[in-house]
Structure formats: structure tokens, C-alpha cells
Design a binder for this molecule. Sequence first.
Ligand code: IPM
Ligand code: MN
Length: 359
Amino acid sequence: MQKNIVVIEGDGIGPEVTRQAVKVLNAVAEQGGHEFNYHYCLMGACAIDKTGTPLPDETIEAALNSDAILFGAIGHPKYDNDPTAKVRPEQGLLKLRKSLQLFANIRPVTTYPSLQHLSPLKGKILEDVNFIIFRELTGGIYFGKKELNAEGTQASDECIYSREEIERIAHLAFKQAQQRRKKLTLVDKANVLETSRLWRKVVQDIAKQYPDVKVDFLFVDNAAMQIILNPKQFDVILTENMFGDIISDEASVISGSLGLLPSASIGKGSALFEPIHGSYPQATGKDIANPLGSILSAAMLLDHFGLRTEANKVREAANWTLQNGFVTKDIDPINFYFTSTIGELISDYVSGKTPGDIH
Ligand code: IPM
Ligand code: MN
């Protein structure tokens, strides 16, 4: 197959980890006789530096015309510490999500037996944890009207959801639940928020079309507690934009390192694949960041292209590195391997080459 992939390396460790994912995609392409063409585009702080805007039109254009987008990370400390900055790297990502109508962000959470000691949770709680978060990505408080009064003493952020916005992601989440353990949990704050009451109503209505899926409802404060107390109770979690942002970071530490988790954002047009970690500025250029979040995002991209066997091979390769101690510094601060080495090991594994002596 022939596919056009837009690559947005972004800021901080984004370029380093994304290059490993591209290596792995190249190995897959070579093995299967596929042709992946890459088009590199700017977004984030690096785009502000070069063009004055976090998301140049050219990037939107290329993304709209692509088969998929592979994205690294976004953000720079010089903006985080300046609440008055008018132009911010994150605006680029938000605008890209909106322009491509990437309304569903999908974040799987699994555990790896060899990494259990790194999880802040203990033994039994970790067994059989396997759930997936469906986070709404183009609505809610992130995209409502934002205001600051002239005196700078009062601010507001509006939170709006329409039935249609809830329905389209709810259908995706129910369909996913049907292919898994057939349980869906809606996380909301329906005891306080009108938007949450609409989410509950719409999900109850849609549930009638999926009678084989068991639905339950949790308030977000309780959900935050349950994710730590008893994470194996979850199968598919469905939630709105900001709650999803918060609980997915919380859930990410269960597996032992934030650096491991991939995500897919899908919608009407091209889909986007990115690790859930940020730009990790302190590690930039040191070749120490964990590339697995990015490589496993590339595996989700392969799934999206219908290359399921290849995607599974990449996941198998990633597991193989973890089981054999080929890990980055976040996982083993003493005996660690470099980002680029892990990328090579995984691409070699995918190519069927016996990994050489790298000790
Ligand atoms: C994420 C990030 C983004 C978000 C930021 C960078 C705007 O935290 O993808 O989870 O809040 O959605
Ligand atoms: Mn986040």
C-alpha cells in the first residue's frame, strides 16, 4: 500500500522519539513492500520561532490531505511560566484538532508484568488492568468562549456540548466496548454540571442500541479515586474533554512510566497518532527519552491503515525490549539504553534481524 504520512516532530523530545517511530514504520514498509511517504511539518514552539504562529496554514493543509499524522510533543517552559503570553505552542495542537475534527482521543492503559515495580500501585491492584479511555477532544471548556475583563480581575471559560458532539464519540466508545469486555463507564459531574446531565441523557439513549454493553456512570471525583483503588473494574471509559485530560494522565502512571503510552485521535478526516507524554524539555537532545509511547502510537497508526499483523508485531517487539531489560532511563536509571538504540532494536526485530550484541 502507499500512504502519505504527515510527521510533526514538535518540541523538546518530540523529534527524538518520533524519529524512532519513523524507523519502525520504515522497517514495516520494507518488510511488507509498502510505500510510506513522509511530509515533515511544523507545529508548536518551534513553529512560533520560525514562522510567528504555532500552526502554519501549510501544516493544516498538509494534514488535511494526508492519510495519517504522526505527532511528537508540544510545549516549551518559556511559555508555561508566562501566563500573559498571547501566542502559545498548545494553541497549535488545539487548532489542528479542531481543523481536522479529531473529536475522539483514544488512550489505552495496560500494565507490563516486568514493570510492576515502577508503578505507584501495589501488586494485586495491578493484575489484569486493561482499559481504554475515550476522551472527547474538540468541545467543552477547551473550546468555549474565554474572557478576561478589562481590569484583569475576572475571567471565564464557557463549557458547551451539543447532543451531536456527544453522540458521535459515544457510538465509537460503545462499538469498542462490544469488541472488549462489554462494559462502558461514563465519567461526568452530573450532580453539578448541566453539560454532564446532557452527556448522561444522550449516553442512556444510545445505550439502547447496544444492549450487550453494560453501562455505568461515575462522577469524576469518584472516578479519579477508583482508577487508583481498583483500576481493573474499567473496560471502556467515556468522558468529556477536560475530565479526560486529567484522568488519562492519572491513569498513565499505572503502567509504570508516562513514556510508554500511545494515543490515537480520530474524527472525520485524517487521524493523528501521538504519545501521551509532553515535550520533557529537561531531556531534550540527550537521547534518553522513552520512545515507546511514540513507537506504540505508530502501531496504532498501522492498525488504522488496516495493517493489524504489522501493528501487533511492533507491539510484540516493544514487549520484547521491556522483558529483556532494553529500557530507557525512566525505567532503569542505572542500566539504561539510549532512545535511538531502543528504536533500532525494535526496527531490527520488526525486520526479522537477530538483534546484535549490544551489551
Ligand atoms: C494532551 C495535552 C494537551 C491537552 C495540551 C498540550 C493542550 O495535555 O494532549 O493531553 O490538554 O489536551
Ligand atoms: Mn493532557
